[in-house]
Design a protein around this ligand. Structure first.
Ligand code: G6P
Length: 359
């Protein structure tokens, strides 16, 4: 087993470090094919519905922001386990099922329901030949390679890549100019390097998580497209370190969480140079004023952020809409190092399974 871990202490860490390659493979395997084929080029749907569970649900939420921003198509996101209670409406969306394993029972049931209702279906999955691939009209493989750790890492980041590729494809025939497509494509193609830069901070992150290791509860705050990034950060921390963590849209702080903040409740906050920047800075100041220790994740060289947080992890500057990718790698490392310091069984967290085949 040690040999399979390639010198890493856990599969999860190995898989976190495989992400530059996974991103490269997913682009290589999909990008030109998607952009040049007539796949999804017909305009016979006016909305998109993303359906998923767990980590794949968080990727779908990122997908909602990306598709609406880049393609101007309305997107709804549903938990697969809730779909069975949904009513049929006049809407005829493109239904995208996001599932790394392709075997999650609730997601399979949602795919069957969508088909029954006559919707066009697309699966985004990592596993070739998995059950979902036989239930849908089209399949997009994330090409992350096998993932052993129960907590999804490289499959999540490649799901994000799939979301961006779909958003660009849908935007190409609708809203995006040529130069914009070029700019975002360049941003995506630079991601393996951007992510490697975050991975190089693993030791620094390991030191910074001191403020989390003895906490019983923590908040993960973000806004806009990094609200779901922080939901994913909180989920990763819960799954492997057993610390109660909540991801929150920073604008909702005053509607509840502020009452829980104190010096024993740390906050991890994402704050990048996008349309939510000023509002994030002010949310972080509010949190700090309640004595919550703050670990900020921001863009390299951001002195304003540095001045109001206790610790800062820097990521390279990227287009705001693409920032979930490097930010996700930072929150994965935060969760990993916290769990390692707490002596948790990282690759096999208690009570969790890699794929949930019962509903
Ligand atoms: C389980 C796994 C999660 C995963 C979820 C959905 O809970 O532990 O990591 O996100 O199932 O799995 P799927 O294969 O559908 O993405």
């Amino acid at each position: 087993e040690d040999a399979q871990k390639g010198g890493f202490e856990h599969y999860m860490l190995k898989e976190i470090f495989e992400q530059p390659l996974a991103i490269h493979n997913s682009l290589l395997g999909n990008f030109d094919k998607i952009m040049s084929s007539d796949f999804l080029s017909s305009q016979d749907f006016s909305s998109v519905k993303l359906i998923a569970c767990g980590t794949s649900y968080n990727a779908s939420l990122v997908g909602k922001y990306a598709i609406e921003y880049l393609a101007g198509i309305p997107v709804t996101v549903e938990l697969a386990s809730e779909c069975r209670y949904s009513s049929e409406t006049r809407e005829d969306p493109l239904v995208i099922l996001v599932t790394q394993s392709g075997e999650t029972a609730d997601t399979l049931a949602a795919a069957r329901l969508a088909k029954k209702r006559g919707h066009r279906t697309l699966a985004v999955t990592n596993v070739v030949g998995s059950t979902i691939t036989r239930e849908v009209d089209n399949v997009l493989y994330t090409q992350a390679g096998p993932e052993i750790g129960v907590a999804a890492t490289k499959t999540y980041v490649t799901q994000l890549m799939a979301m961006y590729m779909l958003a660009l494809k849908l935007g190409k025939s609708r809203t995006l100019r040529r130069d914009e497509i070029h700019r975002y494509t360049h941003g995506l193609k630079s991601m393996p390097r951007t992510v490697s830069n975050v991975l190089a901070k693993s030791d620094e992150i390991s030191e910074a998580v001191g403020m989390l290791t003895n906490a019983q509860s923590a908040f993960f705050l973000g806004r806009h497209i990094n609200y779901p990034t922080m939901l994913e950060g909180a989920l990763k921390l819960k799954e492997i370190s057993y610390i109660h963590a909540e991801g929150y849209a920073a604008g909702e702080l005053k509607h509840g969480p502020l009452a829980l903040l104190d010096s024993n409740t740390p906050t991890v906050a994402a704050c990048v140079w996008d349309m939510s920047y000023e509002k994030m800075l002010s949310a972080i100041s509010e949190v700090a004023a309640r004595d919550s220790p703050v670990l900020g994740i921001g863009i390299e060289g951001d002195r304003d952020l540095e001045a109001i947080v206790d610790r800062i992890i820097s990521i390279p500057e990227v287009e705001g809409i693409l920032s979930p990718i490097p930010l996700t790698v930072a929150v994965q490392l935060i969760a990993y190092h916290t769990a390692r310091k707490r002596g948790c069984p990282i690759d096999r967290p208690k009570n969790l399974a890699k794929s949930v085949t019962v509903d």
